[in-house]
Design a binder for this molecule. Structure first.
Ligand code: PGA
Length: 251
């Protein structure tokens, strides 16, 4: 079964209004008919301006880095899903490890966010992954399985088929240390096995699973060549148009 390949750039808390437009323009100009769907994830302040740059490009979509779990109301400083929809957002990151760590986002909260996003017809990009001590203890497979169990496996099969998973080992994020293609493949294959067990082989084979954690032009091709790695969620290297474009061309 052919899966949707994706190269997603997560800008995190980088790029002001003008810089965001310039980065989106550089990527948009360089990308004509990419092998993979390209997703840009700017900060909230750049969502609508980036959308204006990419709106006519079928192969480039807009994502938000987060949304609030409630639909509206007295939540000062938060952004709702309807606000995101109104500026062209189609994908939303859920459970990035930085939000889990700095904003105390639990598996239970993330399950509710996934429900909200799916109920609005958008696509969650669900992030999972273990810290270094868990990898060193050899319990990383079980740890990620538990994240999926607690945040995703309550979904119906039909709902589950609409989401994207990103495996991002925390020890590889922003550190320059990338998981080896074999380490990524091992985890992705295991995630696919769990999905097959929970739902069906068909759903497992159709689920896009991205790898994230120090993806760069020098390692993207090897990572993406693994059978269960369907693309990347790219932080640092997505801020440099020439690097991100090279990553997009690595499929
Ligand atoms: P990195 O970030 O590519 O800078 O390691 C990846 C991510 O956090 O999504």
């Amino acid at each position: 079964m052919s899966r949707q390949l994706i190269a997603a750039g997560n800008w995190k808390m980088n790029k002001n209004y003008e810089e965001g437009i310039a980065l989106a323009q550089a990527i948009s100009n360089a990308v004509q008919e990419p092998e993979a769907l390209v997703i840009l994830t700017p900060p909230f302040t750049s969502l609508s301006s980036v959308f204006e740059v990419i709106r006519d490009k079928k192969s480039i979509k807009l994502a938000a880095q987060n949304c609030h779990v409630e639909k509206k109301g007295a939540f000062t400083g938060e952004v709702s899903i309807d606000m995101l929809i109104s500026v062209g957002v189609e994908y939303i990151l859920v459970g990035h490890s930085e939000r889990r760590a700095y904003n105390q986002e639990s598996n239970e909260l993330l399950a509710r966010k996934v429900d909200l996003i799916l109920s609005k017809g958008l696509t969650p990009i669900f992030c999972c992954g273990e810290a270094l001590d868990i990898r060193e203890a050899g319990t990383h497979i079980d740890f990620v399985a538990n994240q999926l169990q607690e945040s995703l496996f309550h979904l119906s099969e039909e709902a589950f088929r609409r989401l994207v998973i990103a495996y991002e080992p925390i020890w590889a994020i922003g550190t320059g240390v990338t998981a080896s293609p074999e380490q990524a493949q091992e985890m992705h294959q295991n995630i696919r096995r769990l999905i097959a067990k929970q739902y069906s082989v068909d759903t497992a084979e159709g689920t896009t699973i991205l790898y994230g954690g120090s993806v760069k032009p020098a390692n993207a091709r090897d990572l993406f060549s693994k059978p269960d790695v369907d693309g990347g969620l790219v932080g640092g290297a997505s801020l440099k148009p020439e690097d991100f474009v090279e990553i997009i061309r690595s499929f």
